[in-house]
Design a protein around this ligand. Structure first.
Ligand SMILES: *[C@@H]1O[C@H](CO)[C@@H](O)[C@H](O)[C@H]1NC(C)=O
Ligand SMILES: *[C@@H]1O[C@H](CO)[C@@H](O)[C@H](O)[C@H]1NC(C)=O
Length: 194
C-alpha cells in the first residue's frame, strides 16, 4: 500500500510541468492583442498646450462654393432654422482675415442644422493643416455651433500626426460677412498634445 502512494504525486508533478510548458509555448506563439508599452516607445515625449489662430472662409452657392447642401427634409423648407439640412464643406483656413493671405489648411466635414428653435449646427469636421511642420496633421472637431452667438465653443476630440492624443477646444467668432454668400470666421484653438 505504502509504495502505491508516491505514484500519483509523481504523475501530478510531471502533469503540472507539461501543462506549464504547453501554456508557455502557447503564449509565445499566439499573437498578442494587448500589452503595456512606454509612451516613449511610440515617440511621445512631453505633453504641452498649443494655441492656433486662423480664419475660416465659407462660400455657400455660386461657382466658387466651398460648402454644398447635400440633403434636407421636407420640413426644412418650412423651418425658420433650416432644421434637417446637411451641408458638406471644404473651407480654406488662412493666417489672416483676407482670403488672399497664406492658406494654412482646410476645414473638411459636414454640418447639420440640428435645432428647431434657433440656428444650431452639429459640426463634424477635421481641420487639415498644410502649414510647415503641421502639414498633413489633423484636428477633429465634434460640437455644437450656434452661429448667431458671439462666441461658439466646440470640443476638439482628437487628432493625427503632430496632434496625436489631442484634446481641447475651439472658439469661433464671426469676423465679417464678405457678401451675402461668404462669411469669414475667426478661430482660436487650444489643444493639449504631445
Ligand atoms: C470665382 O473665382 C474665380 C477665380 O478666383 C474668380 O475669377 C471669379 O470671379 C469667382 N466667381 C464668383 C462668382 O465669385
Ligand atoms: C505638404 O505635404 C505634401 C505631401 O507631402 C506636399 O506635396 C506639399 O507640398 C506640402 N505642402 C506644404 C505647404 O509644405
Amino acid at each position: 500500500m505504502a509504495k502505491i502512494i508516491p505514484i500519483p504525486y509523481t504523475f501530478f508533478f510531471f502533469l503540472t510541468i507539461i501543462l506549464f510548458l504547453i501554456s508557455t509555448f502557447a503564449t509565445a506563439i499566439s499573437p498578442r492583442f494587448s500589452q503595456n508599452i512606454s509612451p516613449t516607445s511610440i515617440g511621445l515625449k512631453r505633453e504641452g498646450v498649443r494655441h492656433l489662430h486662423f480664419y475660416f472662409h465659407e462660400t455657400v452657392g455660386g461657382q466658387n462654393a466651398t460648402a454644398v447642401r447635400v440633403a434636407q427634409s421636407p420640413v426644412t423648407k418650412t423651418s425658420s432654422t433650416e432644421f434637417g439640412a446637411v451641408v458638406v464643406m471644404d473651407d480654406p483656413l488662412t493666417i489672416g482675415p483676407e482670403l488672399s493671405s497664406r492658406i494654412v489648411g482646410k476645414a473638411q466635414g459636414i454640418y447639420t442644422f440640428a435645432s428647431q428653435n434657433e440656428i444650431g449646427l452639429l459640426m463634424v469636421l477635421n481641420f487639415v493643416f498644410t502649414e510647415g511642420k503641421y502639414n498633413g496633421s489633423t484636428l477633429s472637431v465634434l460640437g455644437r455651433n450656434a452661429v448667431l452667438s458671439t462666441v461658439r465653443e466646440m470640443p476638439i476630440v482628437g487628432g493625427s500626426g503632430i496632434f496625436r492624443f489631442a484634446r481641447g477646444y475651439a472658439q469661433a467668432r464671426t469676423h465679417n460677412l464678405v457678401n451675402s454668400n461668404t462669411v469669414v470666421v475667426e478661430y482660436n484653438v487650444y489643444v493639449f498634445h504631445y
